[in-house]
Write a protein that binds this ligand. Structure first.
Ligand code: SAM
Length: 285
């Protein structure tokens, strides 16, 4: 029987955020794969966990995954942790999990803290749909390319950023997204100096340029304002009918979405035009 890989979340600052289940599983497994074994030893000591550790980080992920899969296949049970939060989320983990799936080894989530979800949950920005960008690129041009890509994004975007790059990042955001774009910045979540900034990019730039930025940060960018459609529903129906190859059903659906009105109302509005359409010879439609 193969063993099982447990992907275990650990605190992102506050040691009280470790779950009972995480402690029990980390105590029970044969081996814990950790990003930085010295850092994790200190964390595990706090909970009285004495399980052996082995390193698993971005520089040995591939070869270590093979070794760990071999141990799992031999029947050992393993846990994967990262320095903080949920493994695999802007942290190593994905390769090992994928190899386990390929080898038919069970992978179990032991959920808990993640800066991404913690920040999103208190940001005050829409949470129904969101886009996670991970770390923004350190170089300005690459960062601008990413920001350009999210300029028209209608979901909340969540990024990880370092304190020493925050101002440069906000300056690029003013340039690419405009100073009025809504933003939230969660700093030092779950720790003594936890802070949540909420406002527009221009205000964030002003606020953070007045002090030395320290600690860990999550930057959340609010959705782009959707452009209000021009003209009436009838204008839109006519425009799509003359300018596209869409059929009436597709046209009604698109206009209803664009104008955020019920499809049946748009359908009713389209009847008159359809009537005219059917009275027009094919060659003139
Ligand atoms: N896997 C982790 C998770 O699930 O949150 C993220 C690891 S990533 C290498 C570390 C980044 O997460 C930090 O640079 C920061 O952007 C963010 N982060 C981690 N802890 C945080 C905290 N307490 N407050 C704010 N951001 C944090």
């Amino acid at each position: 029987m193969s063993g099982c890989l447990h992907v275990v979340a650990t605190p992102i600052g506050n040691l009280e955020d470790m779950t009972y289940r995480a402690v029990r599983i980390l105590q029970d497994v044969d081996l814990i794969a950790a990003e930085d074994t010295r850092h994790s030893r200190r964390l595990l000591d706090h909970y009285g966990i004495r399980t052996a550790l082995i390193s698993y980080h971005e520089h040995n992920e591939r070869e270590r995954s093979e070794q760990l899969v071999a141990r799992l296949e031999a029947g050992e049970s393993l846990a994967l942790i990262s320095d903080a939060g949920t493994p695999g989320i802007a942290d190593p983990g994905y390769r090992l999990v994928r190899r386990c799936h390929q080898a038919g080894i069970a992978v179990v989530a032991v959920p808990g803290p993640s800066a991404l979800v913690a920040a999103l949950s208190i940001s005050g920005l829409p949470t129904d749909r969101f886009r996670f960008i991970g770390f923004l690129p350190p170089k300005s041009q690459a960062r601008k390319n990413v920001l350009y890509d999210i300029k028209a994004e209608t979901q909340t975007c969540v990024c990880y950023e370092t304190p020493h790059r925050l101002l440069a990042c906000l300056e690029d955001m003013v340039e690419l997204l405009g100073g009025a774009r809504e933003v939230a910045i969660a700093r030092e979540l779950t720790k003594t100096h936890e802070e949540l900034f909420h406002g527009c990019v221009e205000e964030a730039l002003h606020s953070f340029s007045e002090r030395r930025v320290r600690g860990e940060l999550v930057v959340l960018i609010g959705p782009a304002e959707q452009q209000k459609p021009q003209g009436t529903v009838r204008d839109a129906l006519l425009r799509l009918r003359t300018e596209t190859e869409l059929n009436w059903k597709e046209i009604v659906k698109q206009v209803a979405k664009e104008y955020a009105v019920a499809s049946r109302d748009v359908y009713r509005e389209s009847l008159d035009l359809r009537h005219h359409d059917s009275a027009t010879p094919d060659s003139e439609r």
